[in-house]
Design a protein around this ligand. Structure first.
Ligand code: HEC
Length: 435
């Protein structure tokens, strides 16, 4: 019943290029690295926009926006380069699932390439025209608005795909990208991602503006260092707190087929480390000014552990969710292999049966039966007609078979057999003229 409701393609019987465990580790960790820089790129763009707009009233925010904008393009390049490894590993590990999801959201999936390239150009245009467009802020901000709008759209395409690959039972119902968005888990995951971007970017900017080498006075003189440290810590804290809502929504809207106790414990452990990080952040934000940042390394380590747990949970869910379908697919592939074997065997039997025939009949079966039957017209005239024409003209027969002419206008032309030996032709003749 289950098997009939969903599409079960056969697998491609190729060995993995690396042990499965290595590929899975590569997938989980390279994805986390990739998404880290994606978070920084998206979070950085949103914050730049926010502060640049604020800067219309108060110049010091414009200076802050300018500083954040400098980080986006670097983070963007790292995000792109680091996206290659997870994309390759997921293709190798989940070939059929990923391929099917890609195919079903085809136009939008391929549209990512020009779209992403376009956003990157916008980001450079925005960054390098800051001073030039200082007197045309509406235009300058519009460029960034467009880039941010695209950045907020792009994750939908990824999420639609990555969700769709988990639910082969939906493949026959889904009608392209927009209908994939309606899969249960897509929207909660979207907000979970956006909030993670804000949290990670908050922590990153805390570090970025606390750095010893950063020339604070010259570039952001109207702020105190503490102002910014507190601002970005609070952002990280607020965004992390919101994950209690969005993270829970993600977990609760996961279709139950992939949820098990392993997943539950892994997520719960991750949450515990996250809470520890939040408590430390809270101490830092509310604590004495000169001591802010003393727990920073601990906070980052705890968040990193949280993220690794969440990434692992993500893999556990995927493995669980696809396991039954993978089993069906293995069955289907085995069935197919068996059918191929059977057919090969039958063909061999057929051929050896032909080998037992008299040589003329075997030749006729091999070369002529596609077009000629004994008493009826097929592509060419029946054998009885050949007999009428050539019964007393054996050499004429041979000549025709080697290099047929053009005779009957209501038939197509016959292909010749110039490679046939005299022996073969006389065997063939013996068979035909006996009919
Ligand atoms: C691809 C189809 C095709 C194959 C294969 C084919 N024939 Fe024909 N054969 C034809 C057609 C079509 C004609 C009628 C051609 C015409 O009249 O112009 C024809 C006509 C003939 C004729 C009658 C010629 C005549 O002068 O009236 C003979 C004899 C003949 N085929 C023998 C053979 C033999 C023997 C073989 C196998 C070695 C063979 N054909 C394989 C299509 C085929």
């Amino acid at each position: 019943m289950f098997a009939q409701l969903q599409l079960v393609p056969k697998d491609i019987p190729l060995p993995l290029p690396l042990p499965e465990g290595v590929l899975i580790t590569l997938l989980v960790f390279s994805f986390l690295l990739h998404i880290l820089f994606v978070n920084l790129m998206v979070g950085g763009s949103v914050l730049t926009l926010w502060f640049e707009v604020k800067g219309l009233k108060n110049k010091k925010y414009d200076a802050l926006a300018y500083q954040i904008a400098q980080t986006i393009t670097v983070n963007k390049s790292l995000a792109v380069v680091l996206g290659v490894a997870p994309l390759l590993s997921i293709n190798v590990l989940y070939t059929i699932y990923f391929y099917s999801a890609n195919a079903l959201t085809g136009k939008y999936w391929i549209m990512l390439v020009p779209l992403v390239a376009f956003v990157f150009l916008l980001l450079y245009a925005h960054k390098y025209n800051w001073k030039i467009l200082a007197n045309n802020k509406p235009l300058h901000i519009s460029i960034l608005v467009l880039a941010v709008a695209c950045f907020l759209f792009i994750p939908f395409v990824f999420l639609a795909n990555i969700n769709l690959m988990l639910f082969p039972e939906k493949w026959s119902e889904v009608k392209g990208f927009f209908s994939s968005l309606a899969l249960p888990n897509v929207l909660p995951r979207y907000f979970h991602f956006l909030m993670a971007s804000m949290a990670i970017t908050g922590l990153f900017l805390f570090y970025y503006f606390s750095r010893k080498g950063f020339e604070f006075k010259e570039s952001l003189g109207e702020f105190t260092k503490y102002d910014l440290q507190k601002k970005f810590y609070s952002l990280a804290f607020g965004a992390t707190t919101s994950q209690f809502l969005f993270g829970s929504l993600v977990f609760l809207t996961l279709p139950s087929k992939g949820v098990d106790w392993n997943l539950f414990w892994v997520i719960l452990l991750g949450v515990c480390f996250g809470i520890a990080a939040m408590i430390l952040m809270w101490f830092e934000i509310t604590g004495p000014q000169e001591k802010i940042g003393r727990h920073f390394v601990r906070v980052v380590s705890l968040i990193t552990i949280t993220v690794v747990f969440m990434g692992t949970g993500r893999h556990i869910y995927r493995a669980n969710a696809l396991e039954p379908h993978q089993r069906l697919m293995a069955q289907r592939s085995a069935q197919h292999a068996e059918m191929v074997q059977q057919a090969t065997w039958e063909a061999q039997q057929g051929m050896s049966a032909q080998a037992d025939l008299p040589p003329g009949e075997a030749l006729f079966k091999q070369y002529c039966t596609v077009c000629h039957k004994i008493t009826e017209r097929l592509v060419g005239p029946p054998v009885i007609e050949m007999i009428e024409v050539y019964a007393n003209d054996f050499s004429g027969f041979k000549k025709w078979v080697r290099t047929p002419g053009r005779k009957r206008m209501d038939y197509p032309a016959m292909t010749g057999f110039p490679q046939m030996t005299d022996q073969e032709l006389s065997d063939l003749g013996d068979y035909i003229f006996e009919q």
